[in-house]
Ligand binder design. Structure first.
Ligand code: SF4
Ligand code: SF4
Length: 295
């Protein structure tokens, strides 16, 4: 087994659904100074990108959005997987590695995980909130391990994934797509033939709609609660069911980045959430692990 295969297998065994490798030199052709892997780890040569299903497939079948949110478990475990891979590389191969990039999210993250994942061939940009999609997993969620170890990189996908043929048909008839229909406030764009002509995702609107149980909400509750002169209203703000939900979400790391309603209606994502009648055998899974591709 090559070092690349061994590292990928280690990542898959610890809970990643797919894993790819990107060269730092390739990422640096697109990432601006200050947001490159070697700004974070001196001498970085490779980025191992771990992709996971955000939730088990069943979570997309719940009519209760809280069930869906609470089943978003990959974002909770992804850093642990990346950290385990970093330690594996350091102990087995003797190259400096890290598994956490602060801050990984927000309006000015240190590194674009999406860019790393594109370069690692895991997915391609879509009209739905600019997220990366692939046909096996649909919506992708990421963690990265940055290492000074030179590794053979995977190649970006040759073909785009979005738009789905049904979206092309819909565009020809109605000049819209399912994702644009669901969220016209945040999303806009046009298709040209079977490709995206242009797209815009307004993350400022998206974050205020979707990130209503995160750290920002907690800070707002504290500010509004302490400024509220009426004791009964103050009590409701600080001790009510909304503040409890926010504190539970922050304490358990169950923070929602996006509501994903634009993804829920995406035919590529919907197909990826279907359980096939015949699941892969243990032998097929082992073989898939060795190749770094497991559905
Ligand atoms: S995640 Fe939600 S708010 Fe954000 S673009 Fe999609 S549908 Fe709109
Ligand atoms: S619904 Fe999915 S496939 Fe169709 S345009 Fe939107 S993101 Fe692309």
């Amino acid at each position: 087994m090559t070092p690349e295969q061994e590292i990928k297998q280690a990542a898959l065994q610890r809970g990643g659904d797919q894993v790819g490798i990107a060269a730092v030199s390739r990422i640096n052709e697109c990432a601006p100074p200050g947001h490159r892997p070697d700004d974070i780890l001196i001498g970085a040569k490779s980025v191992i990108v771990l992709a996971g299903r955000t939730t088990p497939r069943g979570a997309w079948r719940s009519p209760d959005y809280r069930t869906h949110y609470n089943n978003r478990d990959f974002p909770r475990v992804r850093t642990g997987i990346a950290m385990a891979v970093a330690k594996f590389i350091e102990s087995k191969y003797g190259y400096y590695s890290i598994g956490q990039v602060p801050p990984p999210i927000g309006f000015n993250p240190s590194l674009s995980f999406k860019l790393c994942a594109e370069m690692a061939g895991l997915g391609a940009r879509s009209m739905a909130a600019g997220i990366l999609l692939n046909r096996e997993l649909g919506l992708l969620n990421f963690a990265v391990c940055i290492t000074t170890m030179p590794l053979t990189a995977d190649q970006p996908m040759a073909d785009s994934v979005c738009p789905h043929p049904s979206c092309v048909e819909l565009w020809q008839k109605h000049k819209s797509t399912p994702c644009l229909d669901v969220c016209p406030e945040c999303l806009s764009g046009e298709l040209e033939g079977e490709r995206i002509k242009w797209m815009r995702y307004d993350r400022r609107i998206c974050s205020t709609r979707a990130q209503n149980e995160g750290m920002g909400a907690l800070q707002r509750i504290v500010l509004e609660g302490t400024n509220e002169p009426d004791p009964e209203r103050r009590k409701t703000i600080l001790l009510g069911s909304f503040s409890r939900a926010v504190m539970e979400a922050v304490a358990s790391g169950n923070v929602t980045g996006q509501c994903s309603e634009c993804v829920r209606v995406c035919p590529i994502h919907r197909e990826a959430q279907k359980l096939t009648a015949k699941m892969p055998t243990a032998e097929q899974l082992t073989e898939g692990n060795a190749q770094g591709r497991v559905v």
